[in-house]
Design a protein around this ligand. Structure first.
Ligand code: KIV
Length: 293
């Protein structure tokens, strides 16, 4: 019996091989049904720690736990059949040392069956990236605006908008690429800097707020669907899902209130003909049975 599935899921090297071949399409995803839809169009799905803000209403990604990532990661892997699924390592689970990072990343991979993890940070993550890759864990890098460092950065601030910031961010990209990262997210990086990095490094850059100069693009799915109440400047809304949800819920409430829902077609009819009900006014002939105590 063949153990090969009909459609092979994309793997980290497949994403790397797309550089200069085709634009890489990616979205974040946190649950099964939307993962199944996005799977048809995306090369990879990222279970981003943005789920803390999008699904749980946290102000930042800092409170997100490994357990939250694993639960949602499993849901996305169940929904996606073809796209690579990468999972964010949340704040506090990988920065301490390469061996701590390996233990937690291996747990994520074993418990979710995902194909890669993503770590935030440039040069400081070089050694850890190499350590994980050498031990079988594909790593996606994430530089520029790194939301887990918000308390140090002082806010969600765009990066590389003055030339004196460029060298450090370019060095971040170079170190991660040399350490074996299979792709690097550039978040909120100025377009000319995104172009320099994209031209220079051998692995794909995935832009979010970093211009079309990158090798691929990613957005938070709820932002581009028009579900998130507040979105950054770089988001284009491709849908109006919040309005569609509100219309549906308003109609549902109205139908419940005027009893037009549920209609007959939404009920389970009797399998046999129901005995004729006694007229409402007929006297009760049988005494009700006593309930045994
Ligand atoms: O957590 C996330 O959604 C991300 C993307 C913004 C790249 O890291």
């Amino acid at each position: 019996m063949s153990l090969h599935p009909l459609t092979r899921r994309l793997m980290a090297p497949d994403i790397t091989a797309m550089k200069r071949v085709k634009p890489i399409v990616a979205l974040t995803s946190y649950h099964t049904h939307t993962a199944a839809i996005a799977d048809k169009y995306c090369d990879f799905l990222l279970v981003g720690d943005s789920l803390g803000m999008v699904m749980h209403g946290f102000e930042t990604t800092v409170p997100v736990t490994l357990e939250m990532m694993i639960v949602q990661g499993r849901a996305v892997v169940r929904g996606a059949k073809r796209a690579l699924v990468a999972i964010d390592m949340p704040f506090g689970t990988y920065e301490e040392s390469p061996s701590v990072a390996f233990r937690n990343a291996a747990r994520v991979m074993k418990e979710t069956d995902c194909g890669a993890v993503k770590l935030e940070g440039g040069r400081r993550m070089g050694e850890t990236t190499r350590y994980l890759v050498e031990r079988g864990i594909p790593v996606m890098g994430h530089i520029g605006l790194t939301p887990q460092s918000i308390n140090v950065l002082g806010g969600f601030k765009s990066q590389g908008r003055t030339r004196d910031e460029w060298a450090a961010i370019e060095e971040d990209a170079r170190v991660l690429a040399e350490a074996g990262a299979f792709a690097i997210v550039l978040e909120a990086v100025s377009p000319p800097l995104a172009k320099r990095i994209t031209d220079e490094i051998a692995v794909p850059t995935i832009g979010i707020g970093a211009s079309a100069n990158c090798d691929g693009q990613i957005l938070v799915m709820e932002d581009m669907l028009g579900l998130s109440p507040r979105v950054p400047k770089f988001v284009k809304k491709f849908g109006a899902v919040a309005a569609a949800i509100e219309d549906a819920i308003r109609d549902y409430a109205a139908d419940v209130l005027d009893r037009s829902f549920p209609a007959v077609e939404h009920t389970y009819g009797m399998k046999e003909e129901a005995p004729e009900a006694p007229p409402a006014t007929s006297p009760v002939t049988k005494k009700p049975k006593k309930l045994s105590t």
